[in-house]
Ligand binder design. Structure first.
Ligand SMILES: [Mg+2]
Length: 366
């Protein structure tokens, strides 16, 4: 972190983008495009996602018409795909940490605005499916209410004006480059939470880039800190996954000297949680129930490929990080292990050891 960025400006309100930031809209849009493009003999491969993120619906439609050489106009595409999408607006899941953020800011009386390139009508429909969201925002402003959408600063300046705040008192949280550009052009502090993983390097104009809303540290901006971290861990809604143990990439045991057990990602959505280091409890048929961090916290004498492994993931430690050496990576993994081992003794995490999903017939062996 540069010295300049270590001394951040303090803010008193938060301006939030909607699609991709608070809602996982891309999944729904991708699914709709996959079905829709078949009509024109085309196949949506997801590569265009980067080009439409943060755009207005019309701009995104124009990009798709051009990229896929469709024999229709952007407006025609919109009128055809809108009925497909509007049926699905209520299926859009909140991004991990979105409810936590909104509730926290509301409880602490921090003014919030929602500023999206979507139309006001679409915004209202999307957030109506998430209890408590609409009432939490003092201002909701759609792309159809300003002359120029993001990346123009207009929508954020208008949001600040309606909140009766100076632009310099506003923190913007955004997932796309047009949004980050808009926030910076408005003279605001901007935290980027890129929708597409591993894109942090493209967001150099943001004041901070984080992996997910779970990593947001509001106190850095003079706002009330989250109070739900316990001994270096963040409790999450339990996530149940399982399947046969498969062979991994070999790095765990061969390079790091740390044996790993891998699950196929085919049977569950990897998007349920952002990438990062989590921990919880693991049940292995015929073997027992063990603490689990990036790997099972137990030494086994032999491989167990093909055996049924069930996990209840209950807490988060940190985002993925890059390490300058294997030694520093191994040291960090052991640090993570210590945090997870200690945390799993806390009552709020320990109770999941008895979760029936882990197989009640297993002999407890912790
Ligand atoms: Mg967005």
């Amino acid at each position: 972190m540069s010295i300049a960025k270590a001394f951040r400006k303090l803010v008193s309100c938060v301006l939030l983008d909607l699609d991709g930031t608070l809602l996982n809209t891309d999944g729904i849009v991708n699914d709709a495009l996959k079905v829709y493009l078949v009509k024109y003999g085309k196949q949506w491969d997801g590569r265009g996602t980067q080009r439409i993120i943060g755009k207005t619906p019309y701009e995104a439609a124009a990009v798709i018409v051009e990229d896929y050489k469709l024999p229709i106009t952007a407006n025609e595409l919109l009128s055809e795909i809108n009925p497909i999408l509007s049926d699905k607006w209520c299926n859009i899941k909140a991004q991990p940490g979105a409810n936590r953020l909104i509730n926290h800011l509301r409880e602490h009386g921090v003014p919030m605005a929602l500023a999206s390139n979507s139309s006001k009508e679409n915004i209202e429909t999307k957030i109506s499916c998430h209890p408590g969201w609409k009432e939490s925002f003092s201002v909701i402003i759609g792309g159809n209410e300003v002359t120029c959408p993001k990346p123009s600063p207009e929508i954020y300046l208008e949001a600040a004006k309606r909140l009766k705040m100076d632009a310099s008192s506003c923190l913007v949280i955004e997932d796309s480059m047009p949004g980050v550009t808009a926030g910076k052009a408005a003279g605001m502090e901007v935290v980027a939470v890129p929708t597409i993983p591993k894109q942090s390097h493209l967001f150099t104009s943001a004041d901070e880039v984080i992996n997910s809303l779970l990593d947001l540290q509001l106190e850095k901006w003079g706002l009330p800190a989250f109070e739900d971290w316990i001994e270096g861990t963040l409790p999450i809604e339990p996530w149940y996954i399982g399947g046969p143990v498969i062979k991994g990439f070999g790095r765990g045991s061969k390079v790091l000297g740390i044996p790993t057990a891998n699950l196929s990602t085919e049977s569950f959505s990897a998007l349920e949680l952002p990438s990062g280091v989590y921990f919880g409890w693991a049940g292995l048929a015929n073997r027992g129930i063990y603490k689990m961090e990036p790997w099972l916290l137990h030494d086994f004498n032999e491989d167990f490929y093909g055996e049924d492994l069930r996990l209840v993931v209950v807490g988060y430690i940190r985002a993925e990080a890059n390490f300058s050496s294997i030694e520093s990576l191994v040291a960090k993994i052991h640090e993570d292990r210590k945090i997870a081992e200690n945390a799993l003794e806390l009552p709020s995490y320990l109770k999941y050891r008895d979760d029936p999903y882990l197989n009640t017939s297993l002999q407890l062996n912790c």
